[in-house]
Design a protein around this ligand. Structure first.
Ligand code: GTP
Ligand code: MG
Length: 355
C-alpha cells in the first residue's frame, strides 16, 4: 500500500511538472508581440531624442529579465549621457507634452511621484488586442541593474527558475494578490521571494548567491558602487554555467510545493527579513519594526520584509498591509493544501490552483 502510494505520488509530481511547463509556455509573449514592443521603444526613443539628443531608452522589468508574460506592461528607463540635464520632474512634464502631441498614446505624466514617470496607454487594435501599457522613468539605473541581476538568475537554470517564477506571477494575478496599491505584493516582490527560497532555503541550493561570489579580478569601489549602493554581482553567466552545477535535483513540482509550504508556515514573518544578498536577516537589526503609519492601524509598513538586492535600506514589500499579508498567506496555504491532497490528475490541480 505504502509503496503504491509512493509510486502514485512520484507519478503526480512528474505529471505536474510537465503541466507547469506546458501551461507557462502558452503564456509567453509571441515573437510578434515582442517585435511590436521593440518598435514602440524605438519610436519613443526617437521622439525623446528631439528633446535630449544624448538619451537612450532602455527596457527593464519583465520585458528585459526573462519573466515576461503575454501582454505584460513595458517598463522603460531613459538614460541621458550628457553632463547637463533637466531634473526628472521637468523631463516627465516635457516628455509627457511631446508624446501627447506626437503619438496616439493616452499620456499621463506623474512628475511628483517618488520615482517620476510618464504613463502611456495604447487602445486595443486588431494587431494588439490588449493594447500597450508602458511606464517611462528617468535615470533609474538601479532598476536596470536589478533587472540584470534577475535576468542572470533566470538564465542559470531557466527550466526550473523561469517556470516557477512565471507560474507564480500568473497564479498571484489570478488569485488577486499582486497589487501593491491594494496592500498585496508586486511581481518584483514575488520574484525576490522565489530567488530567496532557491538560494537560501533549499538545501542543497538550486541557485548560487551571485552577490557573494568572489570577482574574477580585483575591482575598484568606483566600479561596484552606484549612488552609494553596492551593485556588484557575478554576471559572467557563460562561465557560471560551466563552473556551477547545483546538486539539487528536485523537479519544478517539488520546488513549487516546498515554496508554498515554506511561505505558508515556516518563514519568520514577524521577525525576519528575506534578503537575497545576505539570507535571513532580523527586522530588529535593520530597524524595520512594524510601526503604525499615517494611514491608521490597518496599514503598517513592515509587516512583510523583503530587502531590495541593492537598495538595502528599502523594503520592497512596504506596501503589504496586515490584511494583505493575511490574504497572501491564506493563498499560500490554500495552494499547499491543494497540492498535498493527493489530487487525481495534475492538470485538475493546476486549474484549481489558478481558479
Ligand atoms: P509584470 O509587470 O507583472 O510583468 O512584472 P515585472 O517583472 O515587470 O515587475 P514589476 O512591474 O513589479 O517591476 C518592474 C521593475 O521595476 C523591477 O524589475 C524592478 O527593476 C523595478 N521595481 C519594481 N518595484 C520596485 C521596488 O519596490 N523597488 C525597486 N528598487 N525597484 C522596483
Ligand atoms: Mg512590469
Amino acid at each position: 500500500q505504502a509503496q503504491r502510494r509512493l509510486v502514485s505520488r512520484q507519478r503526480f509530481l512528474q505529471d505536474f511538472s510537465q503541466c507547469l511547463f506546458d501551461f507557462v509556455i502558452q503564456l509567453l509573449p509571441t515573437t510578434e508581440e515582442m517585435a511590436v514592443k521593440e518598435d514602440v521603444r524605438k519610436l519613443l526613443e526617437r521622439l525623446i531624442r528631439t528633446i535630449e539628443p544624448d538619451s537612450r531608452l532602455l527596457s527593464f522589468g519583465s520585458s528585459a529579465n526573462g519573466f515576461s508574460l503575454k501582454n505584460s506592461d513595458m517598463d522603460l528607463c531613459c538614460l541621458i549621457d550628457s553632463g547637463e540635464r533637466l531634473n526628472a520632474s521637468d523631463l516627465v512634464t516635457m516628455v509627457g507634452d511631446l508624446l501627447e502631441r506626437e503619438t496616439k498614446f493616452h499620456v499621463k505624466p506623474l512628475p511628483h511621484a517618488r520615482i517620476p514617470i510618464v504613463k502611456l496607454n495604447l487602445d486595443p487594435s486588431p494587431a494588439l488586442p490588449f493594447g500597450i501599457a508602458c511606464d517611462i522613468g528617468f535615470e533609474n539605473r538601479l532598476a536596470l541593474e536589478n533587472t540584470r541581476l534577475l535576468m542572470c538568475y533566470a538564465s542559470i537554470d531557466p527550466a526550473r527558475v523561469r517556470t516557477m517564477v512565471l507560474f507564480l506571477k500568473v497564479w498571484s494575478k489570478r488569485r488577486k494578490i499582486n497589487s501593491p496599491y491594494k496592500g498585496t505584493l508586486s511581481s518584483y516582490g514575488y520574484v525576490l521571494l522565489v530567488i530567496y527560497f532557491l538560494v537560501h532555503v533549499k538545501n542543497p541550493p538550486v541557485l548560487p548567491n551571485l552577490q557573494q561570489m568572489p570577482p574574477l579580478r580585483p575591482i575598484s569601489e568606483e566600479e561596484t558602487h552606484l549612488n552609494g549602493h553596492n551593485i556588484w554581482f557575478f554576471d559572467d553567466i557563460e562561465l557560471l554555467r560551466q563552473r556551477w552545477k547545483s546538486s539539487n535535483t528536485d523537479t519544478v513540482a517539488d520546488l513549487l510545493i516546498d515554496f508554498y509550504k515554506f511561505y505558508s508556515r515556516d518563514f519568520a514573518y514577524n521577525t525576519g527579513v528575506a534578503s537575497i544578498r545576505a539570507g535571513l536577516l532580523k527586522k530588529e537589526d535593520k530597524g524595520w519594526l512594524s510601526e503604525p503609519s499615517d494611514y491608521g492601524t490597518a496599514r503598517e509598513r513592515n509587516r512583510l520584509c523583503i530587502e531590495d538586492p541593492f537598495e538595502t535600506d528599502f523594503n520592497v514589500a512596504r506596501c503589504v498591509t496586515k490584511d494583505g499579508l493575511y490574504t497572501i498567506r491564506g493563498e499560500f496555504m490554500r495552494a499547499s493544501r491543494i497540492l498535498q491532497a493527493r489530487p487525481e490528475r495534475a492538470i485538475l490541480a493546476l486549474a484549481q490552483l489558478c481558479e
